[in-house]
Ligand binder design. Sequence first.
Ligand SMILES: C[S@@+](CC[C@H](N)C(=O)[O-])C[C@H]1O[C@@H](n2cnc3c(N)ncnc32)[C@H](O)[C@@H]1O
Length: 275
Amino acid sequence: MSTLPAPPTPSSAATRYAAGVIGHEVPTEEQRLHLLEQMLDPDTIRTLERRGIQPSWRCLELGAGAGSIAHWLASRCPDGQVVATDLGTTFLAARSAPNLRVLRHDVVAEDFPLGSFDLIHARWLLVNLPEREEVLAKVVTWLVPGGWLVTEDLDLFPVDSSPHPTLRRFIDAFEQLLADSHGADFRWARRRLPAALAEVGLVELGMSVSIKHVGDGSPDDAAYRMSMAQLRSGLVSRGLLSEAQYTAGIAPLDDPAVLDAPLANIAAWGQRPPS
Ligand SMILES: C[S@@+](CC[C@H](N)C(=O)[O-])C[C@H]1O[C@@H](n2cnc3c(N)ncnc32)[C@H](O)[C@@H]1O
């Protein structure tokens, strides 16, 4: 009688993320992920298009979230295949395409065979993993020679020059909450990209930075407000902000004279050297 292999034990990073303040069990997380897609997809599609995607490519979308980019890749690679992974795949159930495979997979604990993919994309994933650089070193081995890795990550460097002290205070608390929740580091991308890609052997490096605005009713603004509303109870219950400080951080955005640019999406890419 054959026995099935035991399912892999989730990494502690995965357990912390899933149980944390932006885990998929949080009732508003699916809606928040859709707003992140509206904010980020135009940047991502521009960046991925420039990698010269071919219809036959095999692509891996790591930490696919609600799946818009996995679905877009499937439409661009009709003769290839897209694998979309996440710790939880419920939000991906609505995304179907004949060449899209959805897989529950913990990128910290699990693997893929060497040389499996022409393109690997991860958005706002590495920055959320304490083991981000070990994961990066592993993920590049899944590329074929000549294959591309594209990572995009949130960084908070723009807030340091914000003229609004209440916003700076607010985002400091947000940064601390996500570090405490699951080990996020929203300063890693500015500090380490694209150098970290060179250190794992990638060539033809590139980067692109997109600053996100709040207070202007844009998709960026909607995603920011939704994220902060979701985190409100965590920020207050852990003593990172008082209710008054929370309100002082959000209320100015309703003043038509107040706009700010506190966040950045840093995209970086590199190619595994062609053999
Ligand atoms: C901030 S969300 C971004 C989702 C999507 N990449 C996007 O940008 O729209 C991060 C995603 O990574 C997933 N994730 C976190 N830790 C993971 C792990 N160890 N393995 C696979 N996915 C993970 C989360 O479940 C979540 O869906």
